[in-house]
Design a protein around this ligand. Structure first.
Ligand SMILES: C[S@@+](CC[C@H](N)C(=O)[O-])C[C@H]1O[C@@H](n2cnc3c(N)ncnc32)[C@H](O)[C@@H]1O
Length: 244
């Protein structure tokens, strides 16, 4: 009896020491003092997040050279839009792509033009009124939530936007939830791989980096990368159908 008690007292500290210690969780975002002047000093999966383009730059989004630099018709043709589709243009800006897509989804479909700057949405609302376009709906999102209803969207388009998200993980989580099973997410980013593309570094993204960041979301599958645009690539992911 005395021996077993002594044995238990002797072993107790070792038993505690053997328990595996929980590893401290790695922070999702890392702040660095030394960073690119066009970035915000916040890093996600080794990429610096870019500064948001202010609404004062809306005129630049409508510049005529964009036709040649980005070939928006080719971009939109590559998306395979059909009448009746619900498309979210997340980070819609002045609506440069939203108004090009609206006739393709027709009256039975709609374009949800999401932005975090009310001034951008005001420009979209004014243009929709002026041009009598009834299927472009402005949606005010937040930096963590595009405010799209779950399971309702066929395609989410982000042109020159994702690299500016201050909370890319939280935004993507909500966007994945908003997709219908089989719905797609298209990232249109200036090609970082190509030094000839004359865009500031933090405003470019490589295909590899987009795929790395989307690997955080097992519901998404990389299905295609379109490389035929002058300066950008379109990296497309599909939401897998739920297993029954
Ligand atoms: C460079 S502009 C591109 C606008 C448009 N896609 C185009 O190509 O003309 C980026 C836009 O993304 C918006 N944005 C940034 N973060 C956002 C977020 N978390 N949710 C929605 N929009 C966001 C900005 O307000 C800005 O209007």
């Amino acid at each position: 009896m005395r021996t077993s008690l002594l044995f238990a007292i002797f072993l107790a500290p070792f038993a505690v020491a053997d328990e595996p210690k929980a590893k401290p969780a790695k922070p999702r975002y890392v702040m660095k003092k030394t960073h690119d002047p066009n970035g915000i000093g916040k890093f996600y999966l080794d990429r610096e997040i870019a500064q948001v383009m202010g609404y004062q730059g809306a005129g630049w989004l409508e510049r005529p050279e964009r036709e040649k630099e980005e070939n928006p018709k080719k971009l939109i043709d590559a998306l395979g839009l059909k009448a009746g589709m619900v498309v979210a243009d997340v980070g819609a800006g002045s609506g440069f792509h939203a108004f090009r897509m609206a006739p393709l989804v027709g009256d039975k479909g709609k374009i949800l033009a999401v932005d975090i700057q009310q001034e951008m949405l005001d420009l979209i609302a004014a243009r929709a009124k002026k041009e009598k376009v009834g299927n472009v709906e402005p949606v005010l999102g937040t930096d963590k939530d595009p405010k799209l209803p779950d399971g309702t969207v066929d395609l989410i388009l982000m042109v020159d936007v994702y690299h500016e998200f201050e909370f890319p993980y939280e935004m993507t989580e909500k966007m994945v939830a908003a997709l219908k099973p089989g719905g797609r997410m298209a990232f249109v980013e200036f090609r970082e791989e190509d030094p000839e593309v004359p865009i500031k570094l933090v405003h470019k993204m490589s295909e590899r980096q987009v795929i790395k960041e989307m690997a955080e979301f097992p519901a998404l599958e990389h299905t295609k990368t379109v490389k035929t645009l002058p300066w950008q690539h379109i990296v497309i992911f599909t939401r897998k159908a739920e297993k029954k």
